[in-house]
Design a protein around this ligand. Structure first.
Ligand SMILES: *[C@@H]1O[C@H](CO)[C@@H](O)[C@H](O)[C@H]1NC(C)=O
Ligand SMILES: *[C@@H]1O[C@H](CO)[C@@H](O)[C@H](O)[C@H]1NC(C)=O
Ligand SMILES: *[C@@H]1O[C@H](CO)[C@@H](O)[C@H](O)[C@H]1NC(C)=O
Ligand SMILES: *[C@@H]1O[C@H](CO)[C@@H](O)[C@H](O)[C@H]1NC(C)=O
Ligand SMILES: *[C@@H]1O[C@H](CO)[C@@H](O)[C@H](O)[C@H]1NC(C)=O
Ligand SMILES: *[C@@H]1O[C@H](CO)[C@@H](O)[C@H](O)[C@H]1NC(C)=O
Length: 885
């Protein structure tokens, strides 16, 4: 059909008509191997959080947390202040405090250097760790002149004067930095000064050690995220040393598969007992080795090469350690996260494998002879038996080799050769991992993931798939999660961010109010006891508890209670919204009328089903009856709402019914359906319509013409609003990069003739827009066809004008991304516009397509026209138990 084709063509063009900078059209095939957008089952906004305690001191930037479970203390380092909080209740009054501000002179100097008076010219605490039994060690940026000091833990006060912190703590409060205090030795990694090279250091005791600059640079613009001590000396059969692992992203030295990618994620390691070399590598590491860590989505050749956070899940035996890493894309304006999991043995294999070497100014695998003892290895019993007691006894040729070969040729691949999880539209920035025994006897891994906009996701790994149990909004104003620590003993999570510290229970089972809710959640902490959902750890006797982590379906008997009954009386011709809020984002609604399935929800059925409920458009008398809304989740149908609807005829109807209050008689769109024999009459034309074949053709063409005009008009309107909206949003988000989620236009399905139009969120500040309704385009990702297209926003280089320029945009094209939302997010304004315009929050969720042809035009033009037109005349009746009479 010509009209449809042109409409589809127009929609295809739509992204191109937008300014090129703001739009990009990506098409790609779908693959079932990795769920590319795991939806959190429930979305909990901050006002609905349970058991949360919030500490908001007089300062801000609570970036450094040190948990001491046994002492029951959480040490917090903020901007110019240190606290010792009670772990049981971080809000408890009377917590010891140390004020540690940069001196006014120092601030003045900082300002005179042109530093930011809002953020940089303060004393940001960057390092806070236990030094010995009695003392802590702390470092602060001190308005661009770092200082360190010992704190006597008992009195919680400085024990002596300050140490020079220049070599130990970065000047810049936002610079990547990591460090450890181990047995009185301080190891740190950062780019300390403004113009210095990044460095991995041992700061004390003497001799201090650092990385090498020449002839081979060991680190290239490295941005450090994490460091981990693994006690490999414990029970070592070869007399091995403990090692410290550093995780970072750096500029790549080796050849890249994609020239557009310039960075690589790395793990480096040093031996704790390293003392540097005697002549060669004096005061330098003799054991520094680094290897690339990979995190790619195989089917898309999508390489996530920016490391954001690492958690080491340590077992009693260091050899069984598992590293979890959060990765992002090099293009900062694309929100996406992948979590990859690495076995320690694979990391070790890389360090024991071949080396790389610069040959003809290119890095290649070194295939020549490797000197003995193996360069970069720790001193073991074997070395000692050869008279080599420390790194200073190593022969020169070994050290010379080590100096030129810091990089390993083998790369570390994730367990399963793919990410454990991929999430678009979300930037995870911090991770913590905990193991939880469940009722089925299995031990499940639960991930706690902090986002860059103040949310915490709890996810459980079930058979190598991630299920996000819930997303919790920890902070009202979007702000990155800066630190995340777990207390298994208190079953608490402590989260530090710009505005405060939050204590969250690891689980809140009470929130699940029915057996199905409890079981569907698949939360290994929670089980149904017949009455309420409880933490299984709180019950010594567990035989009567119900839980089903593996499938999330089994164990519940009938759904008793929790069904909401409502009565509605409406006038004929009115629109009625029967609300059916589904708590679970994974559930989809199912409606019955008088026990019969409401099917199709086609254009002329008089019904629309949305995420909020069922809309009866222009109620007719025969639509009276008993409506039931079921939440279908994990293929189980649970009754949640029961409505008794009475439609009164125009006995009460005083107002002149307008043509548009009849759903089938609205403006142009019906003209599309000329092939439908069941079509209702067109709106009465101004002149009598002569019959005859010629006129049929004429009318047909006219219909096409009108509809084309309508479509174009609709698109123009939509575009205008989109552009206004975008310019509004870009202005608002120039300084802050928050996610903008929104509508995706999904279509062109091959496997399925259905399409989905779902609002995600609509406000400029991302998550805030979700108060109306759940965020994610929930259950139908699998239903989508082989390909789809989407309107997405492109780069916005205004985003960080003051910082170093982001990596050059990929050329020619970034690898195809799964339906990604850009951070400056035009992505979906369309339905949200639609939403705003009606003043009601309902959207078209799903619609069957009778012809198997893309029904996209139904969605926009018709729906928009229809609704806009209708809103002029009728008011939606959304108040429960209210009548329109
Ligand atoms: C400190 O917090 C403020 C907001 O309270 C934020 O704008 C700033 O970027 C933060 N600074 C650092 C270094 O995190
Ligand atoms: C923390 O608070 C609990 C109860 O309020 C109290 O029993 C405990 O002693 C406190 N711990 C510390 C270290 O003050
Ligand atoms: C920072 O500088 C701006 C202008 O340079 C000034 O308006 C503002 O008051 C200063 N803020 C502080 C905290 O000094
Ligand atoms: C811990 O270190 C501090 C600072 O060096 C020192 O004064 C104190 O005596 C040490 N405590 C113990 C128990 O070694
Ligand atoms: C290494 O230590 C052993 C015993 O502690 C000693 O006999 C030997 O001389 C030392 N070797 C070197 C090179 O220092
Ligand atoms: C549960 O459902 C079964 C059949 O579906 C019914 O026979 C039984 O009475 C119901 N039990 C309760 C407690 O509702």
């Amino acid at each position: 059909m010509g009209v449809q084709r042109s409409v589809r063509f127009l929609l295809l063009l739509l992204p191109l008509m937008l300014p090129a900078r703001l739009s990009q059209l990506w098409a790609f095939p779908f693959s079932p191997s990795l769920d590319l957008d795991v939806a959190p089952r429930t979305t909990i906004f901050s006002q609905s959080l349970l058991g949360v305690r919030r500490f908001e001191g007089s300062s801000q930037n609570y970036s450094t947390l040190l948990l001491e479970e046994e002492a029951g203390l959480l040490y917090v380092g903020g901007r110019g202040v240190l606290y010792a909080l009670n772990t049981t209740d971080i809000t408890a009054a009377g917590n010891p405090t140390i004020d540690w501000h940069a001196s006014p002179e120092q601030k003045k100097q900082c300002l005179s250097k042109g530093r930011d008076n809002q953020t940089e010219c303060y004393n940001h605490i960057r390092f806070l760790q236990r030094y010995n039994e009695t003392h802590l060690y702390v470092c602060g940026t001190n308005a661009f002149r770092p200082l360190c000091a010992y704190i006597e833990a008992e009195r919680f006060s400085f024990s002596s004067g300050f140490d020079e912190g220049r070599e130990r703590c970065p000047y810049d409060p936002a610079k990547g930095y990591t460090g450890l205090l181990v047995d009185g030795e301080m190891f740190t990694a950062s780019q300390y000064e403004f113009r210095s090279s990044p460095d991995v250091r041992r700061n004390f005791p003497f001799p201090t050690l650092r990385t090498e600059e020449a002839p081979t640079r060991w680190l290239l613009e490295a941005d450090f995220v994490s460091s981990v001590l693994l006690k490999e000396s414990v029970n070592s059969s070869v007399g091995d040393d403990d090692k410290i692992y550093f995780f970072f992203t750096e500029k790549s030295q080796e050849q890249m598969v994609y020239p557009s990618q310039t960075k690589v994620a790395r793990v480096a390691r040093v031996c704790k007992g390293d003392w540097g070399g005697q002549r060669t590598l004096q005061r330098k590491w003799t054991t520094f080795l680094k290897a690339r860590i990979l995190c790619s989505v195989p089917d898309y050749e999508l390489h996530l090469n920016i490391l954001r956070s690492v958690f080491a899940l340590q077992e009693r035996d260091a050899q069984n350690t598992i590293f979890y890493g959060i990765f992002g894309l090099e293009w900062k304006n694309i929100k996406a996260s992948a979590i990859c999991q690495y076995a320690f043995s694979d990391v070790q294999k890389a360090f024991n494998g071949p080396y790389m070497e610069v040959q003809d100014s290119k890095w290649r695998e070194y295939t020549g002879k490797v000197p003995e003892p193996r360069p970069g290895s720790c001193i073991t019993d074997l070395h000692r038996s050869q008279g080599i007691n420390s790194s200073r006894d190593l022969p020169d040729n070994v050290l010379t080799f080590a100096r030129r070969h810091p990089l390993m040729a083998s790369q570390v691949h994730p367990i399963g050769a793919r990410p454990l999880m991929f999430k678009r539209s979300v930037n995870y920035v911090k991770i913590a991992v905990h193991k939880v025994p469940a009722l089925d006897g299995n031990i499940y891994t639960v991930l706690f993931l902090g986002t860059d906009d103040g949310w915490l996701h709890r996810a459980v790994e079930i058979n190598r798939e991630m299920h996000i149990i819930e997303e919790l909004q920890l902070f009202d104003s979007p702000q990155p999660i800066e630190s995340l620590v777990l207390s298994p003993a208190l079953q608490s999570i402590y989260v530090g961010s710009h505005s405060g510290v939050v204590q969250v229970p690891m689980s809140a089972c009470k929130r699940y109010t029915s057996c199905y809710d409890c079981v569907f959640a698949r939360d290994p902490f929670c089980a149904w006891d017949g009455r309420v959902c409880v933490e299984i750890s709180s019950r010594p006797h567990r035989s009567n508890l119900t839980q089903d982590i593996l499938r999330g379906t089994r164990g519940c008997k009938n759904n008793t209670g929790n069904v909401v009954h409502r009565k509605r009386s409406v006038m004929s011709g009115d629109d009625v919204l029967l609300q059916c809020e589904l708590r679970s984002n994974l559930a989809s609604p199912r409606w019955t009328l008088n026990g019969r399935e409401l099917q199709g929800y086609g254009l002329n059925s008089g019904y629309r089903i949305g995420t909020d409920g069922l809309l009866i458009i222009g109620a007719r008398a025969q639509q009276s009856g008993s409506y039931r809304c079921f939440a279908v989740e994990n293929a189980v149908s649970v009754l949640v709402y029961l409505y008794t609807v009475r439609v009164h005829t125009d006995l009460y109807f005083t107002e002149e019914p307008t043509p548009s209050s009849d759903p089938t008689a609205v403006s142009s769109p019906t003209a599309f359906s000329t092939d439908s024999p069941t079509e209702q009459p067109l709106p009465s034309p101004p002149a009598p319509v002569p019959a005859g074949p010629e006129f049929q053709t004429y009318r047909h063409m006219e219909a096409m013409y009108i509809s084309l005009v309508a479509v174009l008009g609709g698109l123009c309107l939509v575009l205008t609003v989109v552009l206004l909206y975008v310019s509004f949003c870009t202005r608002r988000t120039r300084d802050r990069k928050f996610s903008h989620q929104g509508l995706q236009i999904l279509g062109e399905g091959k496997r399925s003739s259905q399409f989905e139009l779902a609002t995600i969120s609509s406000h400029c500040n991302g998550r805030q827009g979700r108060h109306g309704r759940r965020s994610t385009s929930i259950p139908t990702l699998d239903d989508l066809g082989d390909s789809f297209f989407q309107i997405i926003a492109g780069e916005d280089d205004e985003m960080s004008p003051s910082t170093t320029p982001p990596p050059a945009p990929p050329l020619p094209m970034p690898p195809p991304l799964p339906n990604m939302d850009y951070a400056n997010g035009l992505s979906a304004t369309l339905p949200s516009v639609l939403r705003k315009m009606n003043g009601n929050s309902y959207v078209l969720l799903r619609q069957a397509d009778p012809d198997g042809i893309s029904p996209l035009y139904h969605s926009f033009t018709e729906e928009l026209n229809r609704i806009l037109e209708k809103r002029k005349h009728t008011q939606l009746d959304i108040q429960p138990d209210e009548s329109s009479i």
